[in-house]
Ligand binder design. Structure first.
Ligand SMILES: N[C@@H](CCC(=O)N[C@@H](CS)C(=O)NCC(=O)O)C(=O)O
Length: 311
């Protein structure tokens, strides 16, 4: 098509080289990040916090006058962050969300633990102790707030584990099903005033291809290996089937075989909060709209929205 040495050929070659360099750079960054993320475990980081200050914070979590200045460090599109946000919103725990810029994570510079979600219980005097990892956060707060019984229930554990592993993976795969889809997934960042434009662009150029590759090579491979999908399955069809399974099985009263408003019965329990939280990671996105229009989840989502102050 292009003659040897022509401008078209040079541009094509230049573009291909830039693409390979970009992907190579993205992969190197991804590997470095994985290493950094694994350098401190959530358990050891939590254990190193000031226990007396944490105890004090837990005592006053919902105190309308004297509560800690609780900060939730999160990515809007992180499903695990969604589970913490849902818990805090439902239980009216006063908090402020800090949107972490996903490329350089400058907002986490004071924390040695590099994943989100993280809670920090600040006081008027200054920064306070952290509690990190979504399951540890939700379980710890549930225990402190009088819901320890739910943590011992096998049926609740089964559906929470489904929400936190299978559902998260199906949502991630459908969200990043193609390169343009992965790119569009970062559009939420455009409305974050705290994130500089250059970071936003960098995030899309490097982050979207990396997320696409991770979804195809890691998330899909695990789902296939665990027997949850076949290699040729359409991710959207599988996601919708899982969501419908939630409505027909988790929202069904086992004894009476009648549908119930929430897994928890007349009010949500940790299954409802975790599942809702995971799905909030795609709120406002095509994936969310299609789920509402093409599955049976709509009425439950609307009921949850009302209780969590989103309606
Ligand atoms: N088990 C952790 C998983 C948290 C997690 O992997 N969060 C992702 C965002 S969805 C993260 O922070 N990844 C590290 C990164 O972005 O560098 C939890 O439940 O909190």
């Amino acid at each position: 098509m292009f003659s040897k040495g022509s401008l078209g050929r040079k541009v094509l070659l230049g573009t291909a080289l830039a693409g390979v360099a970009g992907l190579g750079g993205g992969y190197a960054m991804y590997q470095r990040r994985l290493k950094e993320n694994r350098s401190v475990s959530a358990e050891s980081f939590n254990a190193a916090q000031d226990a007396a200050k944490l105890k004090e914070a837990f005592k006053k979590l919902c105190d309308t006058q004297d509560h800690p200045l609780t900060k939730l460090y999160r990515y809007t599109t992180c499903p695990w962050c969604g589970t913490v946000k849902a818990f805090l919103d439902y239980h009216r725990v006063p908090h402020e969300c800090v949107e972490v810029e996903p490329m350089f994570k400058g907002e986490l510079r004071d924390s040695q633990y590099k994943k989100v979600p993280q809670l920090r219980f600040d006081t008027k005097e200054g920064p306070g102790p952290y509690l990190v990892d979504s399951q540890i956060i939700v379980d710890t707060l549930a225990d402190k707030m009088g819901f320890a019984g739910q943590l011992k229930d096998d049926e609740i554990a089964k559906w929470r584990s489904w929400a936190r592993s299978s559902l998260v993976r199906f949502v991630t795969l459908e969200f990043n099903r193609s390169l343009p889809a992965a790119w569009s997934g970062y559009s939420y960042i455009d409305s974050c005033d705290t994130i500089p434009y250059v970071n936003k662009l960098f995030l899309k150029v490097i982050g979207a291809p990396v997320m696409y590759i991770v979804a195809m090579k890691v998330t899909k491979t695990r789902l296939v290996k665990d027997g949850l999908m076949k290699p040729d399955d359409d991710p959207k069809v599988r996601l919708h089937a899982e969501v419908n399974r939630f409505t027909s099985e988790a929202l069904m009263d086992i004894k009476s075989q009648k549908p119930k408003a929430f897994h928890g019965g007349s009010k949500p329990d940790l299954v409802d909060l975790d599942t809702y939280g995971v799905l909030q990671s795609v709120r406002g996105h095509r994936v969310y709209t299609e789920m509402i229009n093409e599955t049976k989840i709509g009425p439950w989502l609307t009921a949850m929205d009302t209780l969590l102050g989103k309606a």
